[in-house]
Ligand binder design. Structure first.
Ligand SMILES: Nc1ncnc2c1ncn2[C@@H]1O[C@H](COP(=O)(O)OP(=O)(O)OP(=O)(O)O)[C@@H](O)[C@H]1O
Length: 340
């Protein structure tokens, strides 16, 4: 016979063992669940580490060169003499301009600056050797990966637009390199719209400019117009673009550009002019685009838009990279800096 107290002790021991086993199991489940949540939270940012780099910016410097002089010197000439000199210079420039037609930048400025000189009677300043320079990007380096949505933030003039233009190949580096996998598209450049054409025609042109076949362009037309919402208050898509508000034009531009999956899509404040409903829709589309294996860069002064769409943020100030990291971490530091 088994001693009752012994039996009771054995039962208690068995129960304690079962309890310990259950506790261990529960702890393991909790750990697995926490690991799962963490992986889910860091989501694409973590997955991106295993993915292909799409953009490598290596110690990039970008410099704008301003060719106009610093301003007229103080001479002892009278008004009449100055007017004469301005008129002679204007004649010279007009001749030069006729020769130069097609070149974007001219010594001494274009018609507006000549008209201003005519009114004030002031001659243009001589071209200072080498002109003035603005060092807009100063030694920035980072790597972007497939599937990332990267916010680009910074105060006015910090270099956000310039760095996107450099990645798009529109600004030559002064020093350093930009490597891209595939063709980067800067929203609003690849889908430049023409004011005299209707929205519908611009959709077709924009799609063709992005490399779609005419069949693809026509097949996508209705969906693009629908997404843009320009017909929500009437038949605007058949009106020339000059009849659109700036917000409507921005919506159509975004709708066209986002109709294609881009290797690298860069959006520079394009969402800022849309209303809240359209912004939500565009943010949703940005999430889809990055899900479709592209990399999205978003320049914005709206921290909310950045929070809602990006998992990583680059913070620029006076052309230098201040921080590159997870959205919340960088935004907190940036908000502190802006409120200081
Ligand atoms: N075409 C240009 N010619 C000369 N300097 C320029 C030109 N465009 C920009 N810059 C200068 O380059 C620097 C960076 O400008 P950029 O437009 O990239 O800043 P940003 O961060 O996009 O500014 P914002 O938030 O005001 O749009 C600024 O100092 C600006 O004055």
């Amino acid at each position: 016979m088994t001693d009752v107290s012994e039996q009771a002790q054995q039962d208690r021991q068995a129960q304690q063992d079962r309890q310990a086993q259950q506790d261990r199991q529960a702890q393991q489940d909790r750990q697995a669940q926490q690991a799962g949540h963490a992986a889910e939270r860091s989501g694409q940012a973590e997955a991106a580490q295993d993915r292909t780099p799409t953009v490598i910016v290596d110690n990039l410097h970008v410099v704008y060169r301003l060719r106009a002089g610093a301003g007229p010197g103080k001479g002892g000439k009278g008004k009449a003499a100055r007017r004469e000199q301005a008129a002679a210079q204007e004649q010279q420039e007009s001749a030069q301009e006729r020769q130069d037609t097609g070149r974007g930048e001219r010594r001494g400025g274009g018609r507006a600056s000549r008209a201003l000189r005519r009114l004030t009677g002031k001659p243009a300043a001589p071209d200072t050797k080498g002109g003035r320079k603005v060092h807009a990007i100063k030694g920035v380096s980072f790597t972007a990966y497939r599937g990332e949505a990267i916010g680009v933030i910074g105060s006015n003039g910090s270099g956000k637009s310039t760095i996107l233009r450099a990645i798009a190949g529109l600004m030559p580096p002064e020093a350093g390199r930009v490597y891209t996998d595939g063709q980067p598209s800067l929203l609003g450049v690849n889908a430049a719209l023409m004011n005299d054409l209707s929205g519908e025609r611009n959709v077709i042109l924009g799609c063709l400019a992005m490399g779609m076949t005419p069949q693809e362009a026509y097949a996508k037309r209705a969906a693009i117009i629908d997404f843009s919402g320009i017909n929500e208050k009437g038949d605007f898509s058949s009106l020339p673009m000059r009849a659109y508000s700036s917000g409507m034009a921005a919506r159509l531009r975004f709708a066209i550009a986002s109709a294609k999956n881009h290797d690298v899509l860069m959006i520079d404040e394009a969402l800022a002019t849309g209303d809240r409903k359209f912004r939500r829709r565009s943010e949703e589309r940005i999430r889809e685009l990055r899900g479709e294996a592209g990399t999205v860069f978003l320049v914005s002064h709206s921290n909310k838009s950045i929070r809602d769409t990006c998992d990583r943020v680059l913070w620029l100030e006076t052309g230098s990279l201040v921080m590159d990291g997870p959205t919340e971490e960088v935004l907190e530091a940036y908000e502190e800096f802006m409120n200081a």
